[in-house]
Design a protein around this ligand. Structure first.
Ligand code: F6R
Length: 607
């Protein structure tokens, strides 16, 4: 969703801002702009469309800017269509702002401001903030910011510049993320650290209702009473390589290939003497023995990781697990008690619905555990316990490596829980942990042979509809395969429990329609193969993902993609890789912008 950047230093800033905005492109956007201190004025350049086609083209038509401080924005439209006028920065000649978030009471404020004679140009909620700041600004920026922040409701991260305060940026946040970067003689604001990695890895996390003031002397932080706040400096453990494509055509492909390393980084610190050890986050064996129910609440791909987690935890830990999408959980008055554990899964740690579910679970007295990739993010900070996944920056909108490490954490969690509750022997636990440790090398083997996934993609590229089917863990996985394909190829697909097909959905099968089956689970293999045959009889073209040692015959499968051997329970980590590759290659064959699929944003900070 929207991205914010800002720079104050000694160099010309327009290119720096544009480059930083490009680093935030992955968040999803439909327009971009900058506002800088040019001479004695505030100069704004903004345009609908991709940065290169809109903003950069407009900048190239201008006299080159010499400003050394300014703010920038990528907008993902919520209030008002994507257009030049609705793009940020928004303001007048004396104040300009960039905003990420949603102002919930903007109508009321707008009415008030209209009654005071203000005329609105855009359809955005952001314009009410710019005008309210203008209304309260009587020469003291801090006073105007504090008064404005006290009146606006909702979520916001704001970068603000005042013409009278040359080369100074003010920033404030509530809910929406914002960091302040510290370079050599230069300072930055950004929605996340990837935007500033070209310049520095050092940053401060701006907390709720803190105000940052950046000028040529660096950054200072204040509370609403104007008191100075001392803040801890963090150093990003992501380097620039991680934020660049490194020879891959798309980030998505690079991130699929980074999965083995991401698993190693995520599990190694949590395995001690061959046994799982999640004590770092406060999950003790006593706690694991005490929970009555487990809920996993998340959105999209993160929810799909939770589905695999459910099958695994229930199978070996023998405790009920409910998995639910956060947007449903938060509004259905769920039955959650203080004896329950609610696990929130989120790559970004910013997802609005998942955060609301976290707040609800806490209000209901449950203990909360966040599985999050982005350090210091909202969900990570507000949960009782947090396990960070170490995927590094995931820049492709379609999640792959973040899903993989969410699975890895669910496995460790399930193993430790099952062992703590005496549901499995120590020997079994050790052998499962060993299997998990072997996973990166096995995934590398799958990645060495992308040809079969490429071939499968060539069979899908002309399809208008297809089905993914599976049973048990294979079904949980096929949901993720289907979502991935929809996201990046725009082909309509549905995932179905294989045994449920003949209760209705099998009517959709037509001659030549592709069906992707996942058939890795030993206990239900024969049943799944029967279902594969059922669709073949009705004309389907069957692509089957199966283990090397157990494959369906040619009477069922038209094309088989095999994965190496591992324990049934660990199979999803291997079998998801061809599904990710099939989605990637299909999207690429269709000529889509695989990293930035239409209509999607990377972190969904609105409901
Ligand atoms: C799909 C995808 C989304 C996210 C979902 C939750 O590839 O990335 O479905 O999984 O929007 O996002 P996070 O994990 O940031 O909470």
């Amino acid at each position: 969703m929207c991205g914010i950047v800002g720079f104050v230093g000694k160099k010309a800033c327009a290119d720096i801002l544009v480059k930083a905005l490009k680093r935030l492109e992955y968040r999803g956007y439909d327009s971009a702009g900058i506002a800088v201190f040019e001479g004695d004025s505030l100069k704004t350049v903004k345009a609908k469309g991709k940065i290169d086609e809109g903003l950069v083209r407009k900048l190239s038509e201008e006299t080159p800017l010499t400003a050394t401080a300014g703010i920038g924005h990528t907008r993902w439209a919520t209030h008002g269509e994507p257009s030049d006028i609705n793009s940020h920065p928004i303001g007048n000649g004396r104040i300009s702002i960039v905003h990420n978030g949603i102002i919930e009471n903007y109508r009321k404020i707008k009415e008030f401001l209209i009654s005071k004679g203000y005329v609105f140009e855009s359809e955005t909620d952001t314009e009410t903030v710019a005008k309210l700041l203008d209304y309260y600004y009587k020469g003291d920026p801090m006073e105007a910011i504090v008064k404005t922040a006290a009146e606006i409701e909702g979520s916001f991260a704001l970068g603000i510049i005042f013409k009278d305060f040359k080369n100074t940026i003010f920033a404030i946040r509530r809910e929406s993320p914002l960091i302040v970067g510290k370079g050599e003689g230069e300072s930055f604001i950004a929605s996340d650290v990837t935007a500033i990695l070209d310049h520095t890895k050092d940053y401060y996390l701006l907390e709720h209702n803190e105000i940052a003031r950046l000028d040529e002397n660096g950054a200072r932080f204040f509370d609403f009473n104007g008191n100075v706040i001392e803040k801890a400096l963090h150093t990003a453990d992501w380097d620039l390589d991680a934020a660049e494509k490194g020879g891959y055509k798309f980030f998505m492909l690079k991130e699929i290939h980074e999965q083995p390393e991401a698993i190693r980084k995520t599990i190694t610190p949590r395995i001690s003497d061959g046994m799982p050890d999640l004590s770092e986050c406060g999950l003790t064996p006593e706690k694991l023995r005490g929970y009555k129910n487990i809920f996993v609440v998340a959105c999209g791909t993160a929810m799909h990781a939770g589905l695999v987690g459910k099958y695994v935890v229930e199978r070996i830990g023998r405790i009920p697990v409910t998995v639910e999408v956060a947007s449903e959980f938060r509004y259905r008055n769920p039955i959650v008690s203080p004896d329950d554990l609610v696990i929130l899964v989120s790559q970004s740690g910013e997802t609005a619905d998942t955060h609301a579910a976290l707040t609800l679970a806490k209000d209901m007295g449950a203990e909360t555990l966040a599985i999050v990739n982005a350090k210091g993010s909202k969900i990570a900070r507000d949960a009782d316990m947090v396990i960070y996944t170490h995927a590094g920056p995931e820049l492709a909108v379609a999640s792959t490596k973040a899903y993989m490490v969410q699975l890895a954490v669910f496995y460790l969690f399930a193993f430790e829980l099952a062992w703590a509750r005496n549901a499995i022997s120590e020997e079994k636990c050790r052998s499962l942990v060993k299997g998990l440790e072997e996973m990166p090398a096995l995934i590398e083997k799958v990645l060495e042979k992308p040809d079969s996934s490429q071939f499968a993609a060539s069979k899908l590229v002309a399809a208008e509809n297809l089905l993914y089917i599976g049973r048990g863990l294979d079904y949980a996985l096929s949901m993720e395969g289907s979502l991935k394909l929809k996201e990046v190829s725009y082909i309509h697909s549905e995932s179905y429990a294989a045994g449920e097909l003949k209760h209705g959905t099998i009517s959709l099968i037509t001659e030549g329609m592709p069906v992707i089956s996942v058939a890795t689970q030993t206990d239900v293999f024969d049943k799944t193969v029967s279902n594969i045959k059922e669709v073949k009889t009705r004309g389907a073209y069957n692509i089957v993902v199966a283990r090397e040692s157990r494959q369906p015959g040619s009477d069922a499968a038209d094309f088989i993609i095999t994965v190496p051997e591992t324990d049934d329970i660990l199979m999803p980590m291997l079998a998801v890789v061809p599904l990710q590759l099939i989605a990637y290659y299909t999207g690429d064959l269709k000529g889509n912008d695989v990293d930035k699929p239409r209509n999607l944003a990377k972190s969904v900070t609105v409901e």
